[in-house]
Design a binder for this molecule. Sequence first.
Ligand code: R5P
Length: 274
Amino acid sequence: MATILKQDLALCEYRTFPDGESYSQVVTEPEGEVAIIQSTITDRDIIYILQLLDICRDKRVSLVIPYFGYARQDKIFKSGEPMTARAIAYAINPFLSAGSKVYTVNIHASSVLSHFSCPAQNLDATALLAERVQTLGLNNPVIISPDKGAVAMGKIAASCLGAECDYLEKTRLSGTEVSMAPKEINVIGRDVVIFDDMIATGGTMATAISILKKQGARKVYLAAVHPVLTGNAILKLYRSGVEAVLSTDTIDRGVGTISVAPLIADALKGLSGI
Ligand code: R5P
C-alpha cells in the first residue's frame, strides 16, 4: 500500500515481554497523517492496534482493519453475553480524533461499524476475487452462496462474472435430518464457485463442497475474502474435494494470494472512500 500510495512505510517492532505482555515500537516516527493497517486475527492484534493508536495519538489516523475479528459477536445472542465487536470499537474510539476514519474489508456484520465514533466504511473485495476466478477460464460456471447470509456477495460475484448464482437451501427432513441443495440451479456437470466472506474451521465450506460434488458438480472452487483457516481447515476442504481455494491477503496465509492493497489504497486516496 505504501508503494501504491507513494508514501513512507514506517518500520515497527513487535516483541513479547517475559510475562507475555506485548510490546510495540514505531522505529521510524511517521510525520503528518498516518494509516495504521492491522487485521485482528488474534487478541494480541487488538493490543497492537491500541498501542499503535497510542503512539499516533496526536495525529490524524486512518485505521484499516482488513480482517475484523469478533465481528460475528455483533449481537447479544444469549443473556449475560457481551457484544464483543462493540467492546472493541469502544476501546478504539478514544483515540479517534476529528478527521480520523476506520476501514474494514468484508466485515462479517456491517452493523459493527456504527459503534465507531468516526466515519467507518466497509470495503468490498468480491470483485477482486471474481477477477481471479475469471482467470481460471471456467466454462459456464455457477456461483453458489453457502447460506442466505452470503447471497449478496454471491450476486455481486455473479454480476462481475456474468454468471448464474444460487444459494444452498436447508430443508428439514426430520427432527435430526437436514438436506441442503442449490435452491434452483442444477449443478450437474458444471463448475461451481462458492463465495463466502470467510473460511474459519472450514466446516461450512466442506459441507457445501461435499453436497455439490454429490449433486454432480464437475469441479468446485472456493472464493473467500478472509482465510482464517483454523486447525485443519485446509485439509478438510481438500478432503471434501475442492479444486482450489482462492483468498485475499487480509490474513497472511498461503492461499491468500489476492492483494486487497489496491482496494484500500483507493479508499485512502478518497476515490471510493468516506
Ligand atoms: C458465517 O455466517 C460466515 O459467513 C461463514 O460462513 C462462517 O463463519 C464460516 O465458518 P466455518 O469455516 O467455521 O464453517
